[in-house]
Ligand binder design. Structure first.
Ligand SMILES: NC(=O)c1ccc[n+]([C@@H]2O[C@H](COP(=O)([O-])OP(=O)(O)OC[C@H]3O[C@@H](n4cnc5c(N)ncnc54)[C@H](O)[C@@H]3O)[C@@H](O)[C@H]2O)c1
Length: 458
């Protein structure tokens, strides 16, 4: 990153625990620039990065990249001038900016691209970036249509570059501990999982504010439309694209996808067998002025018979009562999982025969208690292991957020150190569940995934 920018790397590093490493990063950045200015080959370990789409998420992504040593943002692309100007404010005046991502793909000093464009642009930017020889960090949901998933997987294989799909839930600090608890058997047999993302605000319902300078001059409207259906200039579609099927899959692909990805990873499953969902625009048709295609509330059930559990997903823009993001229920315990923290409760089977013997005579109950070896409260004398465990609470403080950790894993893989943890096949299966929810919502039917043909069936 150029050092003449008004905000240094160190200022981006919110957490004091990172200050020591930030000093090292700043020194590394100086060395890289000197080499570039002399036209010398970049030092091993340098990753030149182009950011395509620097709206809300793209801005978070370039800021979250800065703590990763050797990473050098060199170019940004966006279709709204204000976002490009904001990138210059944050990254320095020397950062290359463009409205045409092909100009980024053509640059030899860009090794990797970070893609954070709306969903209807994902496939084109993904495939063309790999074709151009770039490593690709692809924001979730990987696909805008489930039918495109295999094309992403084939492109990853064909061009042999690193792909990381951006659901940072896989890089949350407590993933390891949660997997340990699950595989240790401390939850017993897991039969039910719940995931939720609940909000209660206009921005939570995706009515993002439109910047006052939005105009046909400051925005490339035609390029935004891309291959989708033509509409005349409409800043709402541009800045509030999640409200429209043309550009988004609504709550299931935007929010469930994180929960599904986390559950697939924790439970070691790839795809459900069946999905059913319900939803509606209950509130925001009125409050949002009728400007919306996608439901403001969705509930879904996904059925994973191979591992013997159901996943219940809920997302609403109409209530934000607090509750754990993911809850995993087993016959011996419950795990409340927040990604950056977890709580484990020991909950073994507890047998008691009071209720079903209510209608028996005292004599019969006494005889039954003797046969079953029950105590005077009609519970088995020995009923659960004596090693009852206390609730366990873990908070995953580690000094960097999950987005930086996920990007770090990607950049390390791009320079040959390790593997990216979220390849295209994983991204496809996580988004697939969201698409199945939408198909069920639109058809009113249970939607199946055929593992042999790898196709969705209604
Ligand atoms: N991982 C997460 O937690 C997370 C969070 C938010 C968003 N996202 C994902 O990031 C992506 C972007 O979401 P956002 O909230 O930042 O949206 P946004 O509207 O704030 O930003 C998207 C940007 O892409 C630009 N753009 C559109 N088409 C383009 C093109 N062809 N070339 C270059 N730029 C183009 C737009 O000008 C806009 O600035 C989405 O896929 C979304 O699902 C992920």
């Amino acid at each position: 990153m150029p050092s003449n920018g008004p905000i240094s790397r160190r200022e981006f590093l919110g957490k004091t625990t990172l200050v020591a490493s930030a000093a090292g990063i700043a020194a590394g950045a100086k060395k890289v620039r000197a080499q570039l200015n002399n036209g010398v080959q970049p030092a091993p370990g340098r990753v030149g990065v182009g950011y395509i789409g620097v709206g809300i998420r793209g801005t978070i992504l370039y800021k979250s990249s800065l703590p990763v040593a050797g990473v050098e943002p060199v170019a940004v692309c966006d279709l709204y001038q204000g976002h490009l100007d904001c990138a210059k404010e944050n990254l320095g005046r020397n950062i290359f900016t463009t409205r045409d991502y092909q100009e980024i793909l053509a640059r030899s000093d860009v090794d990797a691209v970070v893609l954070a464009v709306p969903d209807h642009w994902h496939k084109r930017t993904f495939v063309e970036s790999l074709q151009a020889g770039k490593h690709v960090y692809q924001e979730k949901p990987m696909t805008h249509r489930w039918e495109d998933g295999e094309e992403f997987i084939q492109a990853e294989k064909k061009y042999g570059k690193v792909v990381q799909v951006g659901s940072q839930y896989l890089s949350m600090s407590c993933v390891g501990q949660a997997k340990e608890i699950i595989s240790s058997g401390r939850l017993g047999q897991i039969t039910m999982i719940e995931g939720r993302t609940h909000r209660n605000s206009s921005t939570g319902a995706w009515y993002y504010p439109i910047p006052p300078d939005a105009s046909p001059e400051t925005m490339d409207w035609k390029r935004f439309i891309g291959d989708s259906k033509w509409y005349d200039f409409d800043p709402k579609r541009f800045f509030q694209w999640r409200l429209f099927w043309d550009y988004s899959g609504g709550l299931p692909t935007d929010l469930f996808v994180h929960l599904v990805g986390a559950v697939h990873d924790l439970m070691g499953v790839e795809t459900p067998e069946k999905v059913v969902s319900f939803g509606d625009i209950y509130r925001w048709d009125k409050e949002g002025g009728g400007y919306r295609d996608v439901p403001d509330q969705m509930e879904a059930m996904a059925f994973y018979p191979d591992k013997g559990f159901n996943l219940k997903l809920t997302s609403t823009s109409n209530n934000a009562h607090s509750g754990p993001t993911i809850v995993i229920y087993g016959t011996e315990g419950t795990l409340e999982y927040e990604g950056e923290g977890l709580k484990y409760y020991y909950e073994p089977r507890r047998e008691n025969y009071n209720y079903p013997t209510e209608s028996w005579t005292k004599e019969t109950v006494k005889e039954f208690a003797g046969i079953m070896k029950l105590d005077d409260k009609l519970s088995p004398v020995v009923q659960s292991p004596p090693t009852a465990e206390e609730p366990l609470e873990i908070s995953g403080e580690r000094g960097e957020g999950s987005t930086t950790a996920h990007l770090r894993n990607f950049f390390d893989a791009a320079r040959g150190q390790g593997k990216a943890i979220e390849p295209a096949s994983f991204g496809h299966h996580a988004a697939l569940v969201g698409h199945m929810c939408n198909i069920s919502y639109k058809t009113g039917k249970v939607v199946k995934f055929n593992k042999k043909t790898r196709k969705v069936e209604v």
